[in-house]
Ligand binder design. Structure first.
Ligand SMILES: Cc1cc2nc3c(=O)[nH]c(=O)nc-3n(C[C@H](O)[C@H](O)[C@H](O)COP(=O)(O)O)c2cc1C
Length: 169
């Protein structure tokens, strides 16, 4: 079964609410299971087991929180093994236009360095869902939709990886 990891850091609950909506979107895709964890709970084995990884962080100084960056730093031990996995980002910030796009880009940048595949969207925030403080219905809907998009792409890529492994044993 295709697996998508949703991992997030949240101090006051805003990013956690977004993470739960993203996870609901992932679960809604048949044949895909979601693992929802906080960053401190997340291990490199969780990254390796997943076909897609969605990372959520509060916007701290226009970037991902240092707790989230620390998780990426730990994945250096499995560098090269994340190639081809699907990645995506979401965030919550204190204000509109106060760093949510740069925060999502900071997460996506780390994922690209790890060789991951990022799908953009024409339907909503291009760099990933965001909320200003507690997410409203619109932000939660965009978070769920991103979960669906990532789960669908991860499933397609997981099938094609399996096919090419069968053809080139
Ligand atoms: C250290 C720190 C830095 C922050 N930096 C920003 C920032 O650059 N831009 C912004 O809009 N909000 C900033 N905020 C506000 C948080 O991004 C916002 O409250 C967020 O929703 C918190 O998420 P959480 O409830 O998941 O912890 C900052 C908060 C803290 C504690």
């Amino acid at each position: 079964m295709t697996q998508v990891l949703v991992t997030y850091f949240s101090s006051t609950g805003n990013t956690k609410a977004m993470a739960e909506a993203v996870a609901a979107g992932v679960w809604s895709v048949e044949g895909v299971e979601c693992v929802l964890k906080t960053v401190p709970q997340t291990t490199n084995d969780d990254w390796l087991a997943a076909d897609g990884i969605i990372v959520g962080s509060p916007t701290y100084f226009g970037q991902m929180s240092s707790r989230v960056k620390q998780m990426f730093d730990v994945t250096a031990k499995i560098y090269g093994q994340l190639e081809g996995k699907v990645g995506a980002a979401f965030t919550t910030s204190g204000g509109a236009g106060c760093g949510h796009e740069t925060t999502n880009m900071s997460i996506i940048t780390a994922m690209l360095v790890a060789g991951m595949v990022i799908q953009g969207t024409t339907q909503g925030p291009h760099f990933g869902p965001f909320a200003v403080e507690a997410p409203d219905e619109k932000a939660l809907r965009q978070a769920r939709e991103m979960g669906v998009r990532v789960a669908t792409l991860a499933q397609r890529l997981a099938v094609s990886h399996q096919l090419s492994a069968t053809r080139n044993p």
